[in-house]
Design a protein around this ligand. Structure first.
Ligand code: GAR
Length: 206
């Protein structure tokens, strides 16, 4: 049976992308294959990680499209169509995708968010900001969530979560690193395999 074709969308360092590449190599991801990496930033280091792994890369940058959301989303759709993508993985993708985009791919877009949703999520909560908010609030446990993407920011059905304990002397940076290492880099590949397998199995039944 043909593997599920995956596109990974990134904007920066791409450590989650690296976790997916490593999981594909080690066989944790076996029902899907990363067919392309799309970056919203031309200088994202994740692009180098993809190239090193021999994965085709594309840049679709809103700024270079006169700031047009419509052209930005159409640019991504064109790449997805060209590669025959069946599953879209947002891995540190920092641009908003409107309902216009998300409604085309119901339960075919997954995202990793660095908190236990529904805490510290939604509009304005991304990257380090999420960990700053968790520390400001004083929660004792945080973590990461992988969920389907719909029109509500961080509002789609949850696929997997993993908790991470907060330490007394944590800074937003130390917490971010631990949440990535202990949670994100584990549950994103596992979720990716789970959904890839579901898509592959559904194809087999047709
Ligand atoms: C990760 O912590 C990811 O969960 C977060 O940005 C970081 C990207 O790191 N994403 C969000 O906050 C999305 N709301 P990476 O580029 O090294 O994977």
């Amino acid at each position: 049976m043909t593997k599920t074709k995956i596109a990974v969308l990134i904007s920066g360092g791409g450590t989650n992308l690296q976790a997916l590449i490593d999981a594909q190599k080690s066989g944790i991801i076996k029902s899907g294959e990363i067919a392309c990496v799309i970056s919203s930033q031309p200088d994202a280091y994740g692009l180098t990680r993809a190239k090193n792994a021999g994965i085709p890369t594309e840049v679709v940058c809103k700024r270079l499209l006169n700031g047009s959301q419509e052209l930005f989303e159409q640019g991504i759709i064109d790449v997805l169509d060209r590669f025959g993508i069946e599953l879209i993985v947002l891995a540190g993708f920092m641009s908003i995708l409107t309902e216009n985009f998300t409604s085309r791919y119901p339960e075919r877009i997954i995202n990793v968010h660095p908190s236990l949703i529904p805490s510290f999520c939604g509009k304005g909560f991304y990257g380090l900001r999420v960990h700053e908010a968790a520390l400001e609030y004083g929660v004792k446990v945080t973590g990461a969530t992988v969920h389907f993407v719909n029109e509500i920011p961080d509002g789609g059905r949850i696929i997997m979560q993993k908790p991470v304990a907060i330490r007394k002397n944590d800074t937003p940076e130390s917490l971010q690193k631990r949440v990535m290492k202990q949670a994100e880099w584990k549950i994103l590949p596992l979720s990716c395999e789970k959904v890839s397998k579901e898509i592959m199995d559904a194809k087999g039944k047709k």
